[in-house]
Design a protein around this ligand. Sequence first.
Ligand code: SAM
Length: 343
Amino acid sequence: MAGPDDDRLALDLLIRGFQVSRTIRLVADLGIADRIAPEATSSVAELAAASGVLAEPLLRAMRALAAFGIFRVDADGMAAHTPRSLLLRSDAPNSLHPSARFWTAAGSWRAWEALDVAMHGRNPHEAAWGTSRFDYLRTNPDEARIFDAFMANFPDDRHGAIAAAYDFTNVRLIADIGGGNGQTLRRILALHPAAQGIVFDRADVVAAIPPEALADGRITPRGGSFFDAVPAGADLYLLVRVLHDWPDEDAARILRSCRSAMGADARLLVVEGLIEPDPSRGRPTEYLTDMQMMAMFGTARERTEAEFGRLLAGAGFALTRTVATASPVTILEAVPRLLPDGV
Ligand SMILES: C[S@@+](CC[C@H](N)C(=O)[O-])C[C@H]1O[C@@H](n2cnc3c(N)ncnc32)[C@H](O)[C@@H]1O
């Protein structure tokens, strides 16, 4: 049974968690995991020279990570991979490399510093940067592309899980609203050769999608804001991890934009991690994502199924069913319902 000393040690490591994640980013920014071949051993001095940094501080950083099973570093300064460090290689399936670079990147890091303001109803990101999260990303393209890659390779592996869990047979055109760099569509279209997709996102996000990522022309990128309008004419609309970035009023506006673009027979899939009100039953990562929403967007948050149901109903949708996936996200399927004014 865990004793008080174990609790003290475990809590101490949690308190110092930022030291670990910041060191992981340091090493990920230098691309160290890619510089060590999977089965090889490399000297830290050579890795440092190849990265243009000093050997001694890099050795200290890698030693600290090795203490957590991320890389193996021996007393002679030779480094090799472990199962954890292999996940930091950019060629690993569902790589954690973008994740390692994202969480403590400047935009997020400084917003977390201002977290206290959220306790008074303010937005930490705006307090730290004087601008909204997505405007910050628009004007910081390097960080924005890390964010897009992080979304496409999110540790929850939601894109493949969505493609596998929902029956997309007979779906002709899918509009992925706030679809980032199109990863969900790529995974769905790979399983459904007759389907086509539209990835709709902020202009700078879709402009950065390379042509080779557009599934041989089956994905059409469209830039714009879902607060203005979204493309009409698709038979299935996706909102994957989009609504959690917004407080209720804004989430309702996004849903109403979709509702206006949708024909009577179209379906909407809202895909989100549903937060479990009893934290002893939920996944720790969902509560951390909820805190990330607080740090980036103030009152935006993770929601329960009932909260999504109310949001959907208020925007003119009927929730038809929920579909669990192999990932922590759940698919909430909704259809337009006739509004009292006949809309
Ligand atoms: C949390 S990410 C989710 C991305 C993608 N759906 C996924 O699951 O990987 C939210 C997305 O909403 C997009 N977004 C933010 N504001 C937007 C707007 N006004 N109009 C369209 N897209 C927007 C962001 O650029 C980002 O790609």
